[in-house]
Design a protein around this ligand. Structure first.
Ligand SMILES: *[C@@H]1O[C@H](CO)[C@@H](O)[C@H](O)[C@H]1NC(C)=O
Length: 338
């Protein structure tokens, strides 16, 4: 059986006028994908992804669970400086922020059970291979190099891809995995989740109960409330969040398997990340953490772990965001050979 879907993407492209300065612009693009895995299909869906451009290199941005592509560019004037898509475009890097299968403007299968790592990654992989093979917008040629950047479950999704599609088959020259670790964590704290239809009946009342939401999002920020804007949390809890699938939530532990990936990898976590670092002690010794995390990436060309001081789980959304943004750009440039 086949799942036919369209993934929504936002392309942030760098356009260069002949004489004037380069300008960043964003275009929404829909990329049809066909995921050939054993799940029932929902033929009526349409989805969308977000995309952004520099020369031959593009960043593929993959949001986490209960977020969508807006994680990479909060849709509020006040928070423009929290847009990694804009930040990196200002550094000459294009990006494509996708809405993962079932999320945002992308196709949402009727059954949340159809949204699992194999289907969600299958769609991402197709988009990536498509970006290398063909133009997605008039005047924008195919890309030679793709660096994928994930956040949280988006990183776990890319990690899953590195298990099933590593080596020569991977479309990615490098992986920047933020807000995600494989090291076992004692006393694990998980986000409090509920069926999305119970959280917001107006918005999600018709959805399969397997689509989940996280109404209280404080866990995604540092415990010190002076380190982020209360309005960012308000935006996050009121508008900016999205649904995830219970299946993907349950599968995040698959990152404990070894990968066959041969490109470059960096894992970036915030020292105040309540899901991994804050209070667990595992991020205090970066050298020891690197040794532990690297075990699952035996074939990687290079492997590093970076702990961003002060940042929470949503390292793009607190007052320290510019630090991680600079780190992301540095690794993207390094991995792409720029
Ligand atoms: C959200 O969770 C935090 C931490 O568990 C708690 O302190 C806070 O009261 C909760 N907020 C709401 C509105 O329930």
């Amino acid at each position: 059986m086949r799942l036919c879907a369209t993934l929504s993407v936002l392309l942030y492209a760098l356009s260069r006028a002949p004489v004037a300065e380069a300008a960043c612009a964003c275009s929404p693009v829909g990329i049809p994908v066909h995921v050939d895995v054993l799940v029932p299909k929902d033929p009526m869906d349409h989805g969308l992804t977000q995309l952004r451009l520099l020369g031959d290199v593009i960043q593929l941005l993959v949001h986490g669970l209960t977020y969508n592509s807006e994680y990479w560019s909060p849709p509020v004037e006040e928070f423009r400086s929290y847009s990694y898509a804009m930040f990196s475009c200002d550094h000459g890097l294009s990006s494509l922020a996708i809405d993962v299968l079932g999320v945002g403007l992308s196709s949402r299968p009727v059954s949340a059970a159809d949204v699992q790592y194999p289907t969600a990654y299958g769609a991402i992989s197709q988009v990536a291979h498509h970006l290398k093979a063909a133009s997605v917008l008039p005047g924008v040629p195919a890309f030679k190099t793709i660096i994928a950047i994930g956040h949280s479950a988006g990183s776990a999704l890319l990690n899953f891809g590195a298990i099933v599609e590593g080596g020569e088959r991977s479309p990615f020259a490098g992986l920047v995995l933020t807000g995600s670790l494989s090291t076992p964590i004692p006393q694990r704290t998980l986000p409090p989740r509920m069926s999305a239809r119970d959280v917001n009946p107006l918005r999600w009342g018709a959805l399969d109960p397997g689509y989940i939401a996280v109404p209280n999002r404080t866990i995604f920020y540092p415990t010190d409330t002076s380190t982020f804007s209360p309005r960012m949390l308000l935006l996050d809890e009121s508008f900016s969040n999205d649904v995830g699938s219970a299946g993907v939530f349950a599968q995040t532990s698959t990152t404990g398997l070894g990968t066959t990936y041969t490109g470059s990898v960096v894992k970036i976590v915030g020292s105040e990340d309540q899901l991994f670092c804050a209070g667990t002690g595992i991020c205090d010794d970066v050298a020891a953490l690197t040794v532990e995390e690297q075990k699952l990436w035996p074939g990687a060309k290079s492997f590093e772990v970076v702990v961003e001081e002060g940042s929470g789980h949503d390292m793009n959304l607190d007052f320290f965001a510019q630090g991680p943004f600079n780190t992301f750009v540095r690794f993207v440039e390094q991995f792409a050979g720029l």
